[in-house]
Design a protein around this ligand. Structure first.
Ligand code: NAP
Length: 286
């Protein structure tokens, strides 16, 4: 196989394999991302997309270590289910209730972690280096799986007050119950109110994705000093980010979160800490 091809070939003994499991998985950008790093660092490894039906998940996880796999990324709909199948779950993955990165050890044991929150913070730190999470309240729209990772990382980063609004209020209440007193739940109909005085504003819903309705909040209360970010990265410039910029705010798109969340797994599996830079962004967007 040519070194520049993404097409997987059978692994030679000792050549580490990694991949992403999901159902479906064809949309995943992870093969392009990890493929770019493997080529860039001249690592003899392969990264393979693997469509795995939910009813085959346990069998797939039993089999992959025997086939030479050292690591797996996990995407929808398996992120929660892998926790029950792993031998060891990190505290943050347990708190978030989902894993996106598995390390398959030589003894066949599975170690599950969640790096989405790490990716979220690393993206903000890269693109807004002077961002200070502790200087004011954070406002989070959404309470799904990705929002839970954002909550864990923002609290960890030192946010003192975290406001959440979600269409299904119960999911936001659940986050408050699990993550504690720094969280305030706002009603979905009043979500615009939570922007008042917010220093950090995050869309963690799927609204604004290509083919989905845009997130339209009244932004009158939004300060131009706020940093606004969106987890959605298709399109890169979501209607929410466009509206926030029109209000004078600095914005950071969601692609960098995807790139950064991949780095810890790549390092564990292939032994090199990869760079997240413009070359990688271009390769993933190509
Ligand atoms: P999820 O668990 O299915 O949660 C979806 C969230 O969107 C929930 O809060 C849901 O509210 C809300 N929502 C969906 N449609 C809505 C609508 N029409 N009106 C109001 N709220 C709506 O999904 P997820 O895994 O958290 O992912 C959320 C988004 O983040 C997706 O677009 C995903 O692609 C993106 N994401 C990006 C990265 C990255 O690296 N940049 C990483 C992970 C996820 P309800 O609770 O009321 O249903």
């Amino acid at each position: 196989m040519s070194k520049n091809s993404d097409t997987p070939t059978p692994a030679a003994p000792g050549i580490p394999l990694a991949g992403v499991i999901g159902w479906p998985v064809a949309h995943s950008r992870s093969p392009r991302l990890h493929g770019h790093w493997l080529r860039r660092y001249g690592i003899a490894g392969h990264y393979i997309p693997m469509p795995v039906r939910p009813e085959h998940l346990a069998e797939a996880l039993r089999t992959l270590p025997r086939l030479g796999f050292v690591g797996i990324n996990v995407t929808i709909p398996h992120k929660e289910a892998v926790l029950a199948l792993a031998d060891h779950v990190t505290d943050r993955a347990a708190l978030i209730g989902a894993a996106n990165t598995l390390i398959l050890r030589p003894d066949g044991k599975i170690h599950a972690d969640n790096t989405d929150g790490y990716g979220f913070i690393a993206n903000l730190r890269q693109h807004a280096p002077d961002w200070r999470p502790e200087i004011g309240p954070a406002a989070l729209i959404g309470a799904g799986g990705a929002a839970r990772a954002v909550v864990a990382s923002l609290l960890d980063a030192g946010v003192r007050e975290l406001r959440i609004a979600n269409r299904t209020r119960l999911r936001a209440e659940q986050i408050r119950t699990e993550f504690g007193a720094r969280i305030t739940v706002y009603d979905w109909a009043q979500a615009g109110n939570m922007l008042e005085g917010a220093a950090t504003v995050v869309n963690a819903t799927s609204m604004g994705m290509d083919g989905k309705p845009a997130l339209r909040l009244p932004l009158d209360a939004l300060s131009p000093d706020a940093l606004v970010t969106d987890l959605v990265y298709t399109p890169l410039d979501t209607p929410f980010l466009v509206a926030a910029r029109a209000q004078g705010c600095r914005t950071v798109d969601g692609l960098g979160m995807l790139l950064h969340q991949a780095a810890p797994g790549f390092e564990r599996w292939f032994g090199t800490r990869p760079q997240v830079d413009d070359d990688l962004r271009r390769a993933v967007l190509a």
